[in-house]
Design a protein around this ligand. Structure first.
Ligand code: DOR
Length: 445
């Protein structure tokens, strides 16, 4: 395999920035130092002026394969991911058929081995009836069990209290939850429809999928995890109120953790008039106060992980009236540039972004030898240019669905090179489709 020498990069890693050289060989980080220019390598990149980050590990994506491939597939969405500096992803089970057993998981692994440009892992979905599948899962191969405690896209929902109890008691691996109370949402929607008739404005979305519905479900998840000492990761928090359920502190000592997603850190309810159903997602984008509370929770370590919840839908589907329009946004290609724009705005430091988007997913899921720039670790690396601007437009996205909620934004950051296991898969303009580079994540459990 080829070797690559990166010289003079400003490395952002493990809470510090320093100028250094990195030698990549046989897929791994062979050496990190300040004077490696004498080393021989097949390729030398002068990275003066660029920042070197560990590749982002996205613990929540929907790549739509099998069954929903008109919206996206593993090949198209993983290509968009590496163009966005994401080198590993964990993919969700609400596909068709849903990923509820080992057989369905094996089919996904086989498909990803053929077509994924980024490293991959898959969740086993939970249902009211598959506790035996959950108990039998291989913790070294499966990233987690996904529990829809509120209904969203697809028909996965665990609403039987006995089933929930068994999952929280017996799951051998991390439980990742979507927390919204479906009954409260249905009652809110009923009220809105008696007020507005068939034509509910999208601005009502955060009042239908409201703070109370999120809080009721998140607090149930936390209570169950406390009761059974479960390993719980609550996905995509959206409200200030829910944050009180989680504690700040060192991730290594937590059994109950929280994630925020990039769109909830960027958009607020002020964006509905302009963006409409393009920012309709579950849980809903909420108030400016909630968005700012999430940002603060990232800074003070109540939020442990930043992810995308990349969820592509066609514009023809999104252009339907509010109630018919599906929820979800395509995000992987611009998630890291958006976070880096928040750095440019002074919202987060580079170290915080790397901690939440690269290190912490690796720690939380016990990913083997990734997520950090360390000698002996996999060379999943991203070089970013913070001295440039990119204008985001629908026309240039790589998603199969062909649009982005960030259209019209200017981000002062650009992904310049992405390496997966030491292989360059994005050169700043083209994705170099090399499906031999990527592999399945392994978990040290
Ligand atoms: O907005 C969302 N879309 N939230 C989810 O939980 C699911 C996702 C999807 O799959 O479309």
């Amino acid at each position: 395999m080829n070797s690559t020498l990166i010289l003079n990069a400003c490395m952002v890693n493990e809470g510090e920035q320093r100028t250094c050289d990195v030698l990549i060989k046989d897929g791994q980080i062979e050496a990190i130092g300040s004077n490696l220019q004498h080393k021989t390598a097949d390729r030398v990149i002068d990275a003066s002026g660029l920042h070197l980050l560990p590749g982002m590990i996205d613990d929540q994506v929907h790549f739509r394969e099998p069954g929903l491939t008109h919206k996206g597939d593993i090949a198209s969405e993983s290509a968009a991911a590496v163009a966005g500096g994401i080198t590993s992803y964990m993919e969700m089970p609400n596909v068709d058929p849903p990923t509820l057993d080992m057989d369905a998981l094996e089919k996904k692994f086989a498909r990803a081995a053929q077509s994924s440009v980024a490293n991959y892992a898959f969740y086993l979905g939970a249902s009211n009836h598959n506790i035996d599948q959950i108990r039998a899962v291989d913790p070294t191969r499966v990233c987690g069990v996904k529990v829809f405690m509120g209904a969203s896209t697809g028909n996965l929902l665990v609403d039987d209290p006995k089933a929930l109890d068994l999952i929280f008691r017996d799951s051998p691996i991390l439980i990742a939850t979507h927390c919204e109370d479906s009954r409260m949402i249905a009652a809110n929607e009923e009220r809105m429809s008696s007020h507005f008739g068939g034509d509910i404005p999208v601005e009502m979305h955060p009042l239908i999928r409201d703070e109370e519905a999120c809080y009721a479900s998140s607090s149930l998840a936390v209570a169950l995890a406390q009761k059974y000492d479960s390993n719980l990761h609550v996905l995509h928090l959206t409200t200030a109120k829910e944050l009180a359920l989680f504690s700040a502190g060192d991730l290594a000592h937590k059994r109950i953790t929280a994630e925020a997603c990039v769109h909830h850190l960027w958009f607020s309810e002020r964006d509905y008039p302009e963006k409409g159903n393009r920012i309709k997602c579950n849980p809903a984008v909420k108030s400016l106060r909630d968005r700012d509370a999430l940002r603060e929770a990232v800074r003070n370590d109540v939020i442990d992980v930043i992810a995308t919840d990349h969820a592509p839908h066609l514009l023809s589907e999104k252009n339907q009236p509010y109630r018919q329009a599906p929820a979800g946004l395509p995000l992987v290609e611009h998630a890291l540039p958006m976070l880096l724009e928040l750095y440019q705005q002074g919202v987060f430091t580079l170290e915080q972004i790397v901690q939440k988007a690269c290190h912490n997913p690796a720690i939380r899921y016990q990913v083997d030898q990734r997520g950090f720039i360390r000698e002996g670790y996999a060379a999943d690396l991203v070089l970013v240019d913070l001295n440039t601007e990119q204008q985001v437009e629908d026309e240039s996205v790589r998603y199969k669905c062909g649009w982005t909620p960030f259209a019209g934004e200017r981000f002062r950051a650009r992904i310049f090179h992405t390496f997966v296991n030491g292989v360059e898969v994005f050169d700043g303009s083209q994705v170099i489709t090399n499906t031999d580079a990527a592999g399945a994540l392994r978990f040290n459990r």
